[in-house]
Design a protein around this ligand. Structure first.
Ligand SMILES: NC(=O)C1=CN([C@@H]2O[C@H](COP(=O)(O)OP(=O)(O)OC[C@H]3O[C@@H](n4cnc5c(N)ncnc54)[C@H](OP(=O)(O)O)[C@@H]3O)[C@@H](O)[C@H]2O)[C@@H](O)CC1
Ligand SMILES: Nc1ncnc2c1ncn2[C@@H]1O[C@H](COP(=O)(O)OP(=O)(O)O)[C@@H](O)[C@H]1O
Ligand SMILES: [K+]
Length: 504
């Protein structure tokens, strides 16, 4: 599903209104009906409802919804904020309708002073102050109202997006004036901010309500942001030839591990073997040889004479190389890494310490050959970027620019990992769960993507499939062992079932 910016959503609304065609006020009725139904599913008529409506169409939705809830027998008190004596056309029409019907218990239009109502544990607050039209952070009276809502013991439902939250960029504020919702009922399409970790505290449970906006517009309008579709991933699956042999199924090399970090190499190599590569070779320090051979007997081991990776090797016989898990950050390792990158011609995945070493030698990042795949978690990305980035939107923007400048594939890892492509596009992954927040999960991802590259998937497809399979295996593992007990090996153990799901 594409993700549209606030400006694009306004165009989508406009296009739907012109081409369905449907009057703007009727589209608002449709949104309000969907919101009303969602609330009725979760709260009974015995719940007193307090609605805060703003001056724009978000407020219009809230007013229309209040009328519908009142028609269904809910006790509704409505506060419409019209401080500047200017309401959007649809908001004004809905104010007139609400007054005309007279079904809500109390309707107050605030033009100056506001006496806040009592909000109790029983009250349901509906926040329809501001939606996708918010232009800047809330201040003054609106900020005080948001604070009042957030300090109350009431449940809060936000219409479209919690008021105060921007649809895209939200920079850290000292005292953020953003409603903290328990449930966000977002209209038709999730907003970009909903994919960021730093916005989750405001969103609560996000439910997307279908308001039948133009499918044609969404399908044909170019968008920078997209989410992975299962059907698309299934369509990418390469068939195994009946006459396949291990030499034709890809030879993958992993450069991983150092003294005390054999586990990273083991996890990456096992995941690589489980992801379809014909042969996996691990280049690892001599001190880890025995444990590697015992833990992953299927893998071939090449040995570095030091306790860490110290020397680049010839990679001509491999179809893909994964570098980084547990590598350590010795200066000679960093030099070996740079030399390796210059002399390796096949696709390369850079993870963990490989990224940290590049970050520590700032100028090296700009010298990277084209087409690198990088899989940083947020802190690793900040090291690569050479500065502490304070918002998830800024980090994503930085990663997008870096992917374009370096012609690289950057997977910014997180709950919704984001693949930034050389053409400037971003694809969010939708599989995976918090059980995967456990050491070694990232090493598994490196192994999976390296295997897929060796198998012959393009860089883009290996990244998409890798993120998806990794998350799906994590979801299968969470069902089996629960999120609390999940460890990285469980993700590997669930890879067979994840692959089987894609073959169905
Ligand atoms: N038919 C449709 O189009 C549909 C629209 N839909 C609904 O409409 C919502 C979008 O509506 P919207 O575009 O009217 O914007 P909205 O979020 O209500 O805010 C605008 C108001 O806020 C004000 N304002 C802005 N920033 C401010 C600030 N910092 N501090 C204070 N005020 C500020 C701004 O003032 P102005 O800049 O105009 O002076 C204006 O008055 C969307 O989220 C969805 O709920 C759905 O029903 C689907 C069909
Ligand atoms: N809350 C979460 N939801 C979904 N996926 C997660 C979550 N936490 C971690 N992951 C996934 O687990 C992996 C963790 O990688 P990383 O931080 O590099 O771990 P490590 O360095 O320990 O191997 C990433 O692929 C990430 O997307
Ligand atoms: K809102």
């Amino acid at each position: 599903m594409k993700i549209l910016t606030g400006a694009q959503i306004r165009e989508l609304d406009k296009y739907t209104i012109e081409h369905e065609p449907i009057a703007s006020i009727d589209l608002m009725e449709r949104s309000a009906r969907a919101i009303c139904n969602a609330i009725c599913e979760q709260w009974t008529q015995s719940t007193p409802i307090v609605v805060f409506a703003g001056p724009g169409n978000n407020g219009g939705d809230a007013l229309a919804m209040s009328r519908m809830l009142a028609e269904k027998g809910y006790v509704v008190d409505v506060f419409l904020f019209n401080i500047h004596n200017h309401l959007s056309e649809e908001c004004a029409k809905n104010r007139d309708r609400i007054i005309g019907e007279g079904l809500v218990r109390k309707f107050t239009e605030i033009t100056a002073n506001f006496e806040p109502p009592q909000l109790t544990e029983k009250t349901l607050v509906v926040d329809g102050l501001f939606g996708s039209g918010l232009k800047e952070p809330l201040t003054g009276g609106f900020a005080s109202l948001v604070k009042y809502i957030n300090q109350s013991p009431s449940q809060v439902v936000s219409i479209d997006i919690p008021s105060g939250l921007m649809t895209e960029s939200n920079r850290p504020q000292e005292e953020p004036a953003v409603v903290k919702a328990n449930v966000t009922l977002t209209l038709h399409i999730k907003k970009l901010a909903m994919f960021f970790a730093d916005c989750q505290q405001y969103l609560g449970e996000v439910r997307t309500l279908d308001i039948r906006l133009s499918k044609y517009f969404i399908d044909t309008f170019p968008s920078l942001y997209d989410t992975i579709e299962t059907s698309y991933i299934k369509s990418l699956m390469l068939k195994r030839d009946d006459f396949a042999h291990k030499g034709s199924m890809g030879n993958a090399l992993l450069i991983a591990g150092s003294r005390g970090m054999a586990g990273a190499a083991i996890l990456a190599s096992k995941a690589c073997m489980r992801s379809g590569a014909g042969k996996v070779t691990a280049l690892t320090p001599h001190c880890n040889l025995n444990i590697m051979q015992m833990a992953v007997p299927e893998a071939i081991c090449l040995v570095d004479r030091e306790n860490y990776y110290s020397e680049a090797i010839d990679t001509d016989c491999y179809q893909a190389v994964g570098i980084g898990p547990g590598l350590g950050k010795e200066e000679s390792t960093a030099l070996a890494l740079m030399s390796q990158l210059q002399q390796t011609n096949c696709p390369i995945v850079l993870d963990a310490d490989a990224l940290n070493m590049l970050g520590a030698h700032g100028s090296w990042v700009q010298q990277l050959p084209n087409n690198m795949i990088m899989t940083p978690h947020p802190r690793e990305f900040d090291r690569l970027a050479g500065r502490r980035i304070t918002s998830d939107y800024d980090r994503l923007t930085f990663a997008r620019d870096m992917a374009r400048d370096l012609c690289a594939y950057i997977i910014l890892k997180g709950h919704y990992s984001a693949l930034c492509l050389p053409d400037g596009g971003v694809v969010f992954n939708t599989t995976g769960n918090s059980g995967m927040a456990t050491a070694g999960s990232g090493d598994v991802l490196t192994g999976i993507i390296t295997a897929l590259l060796a198998r012959g998937y393009s860089r883009k497809n290996a990244c998409l499939m890798g993120m998806y399979l990794h998350g799906m295996a994590g979801d299968i593992a969470a069902k089996r062992v629960g999120k609390e007990s999940l460890i990285a090996s469980d993700i590997i153990d669930s890879l067979p079932e994840a692959f089987k799901n894609l073959e169905k």
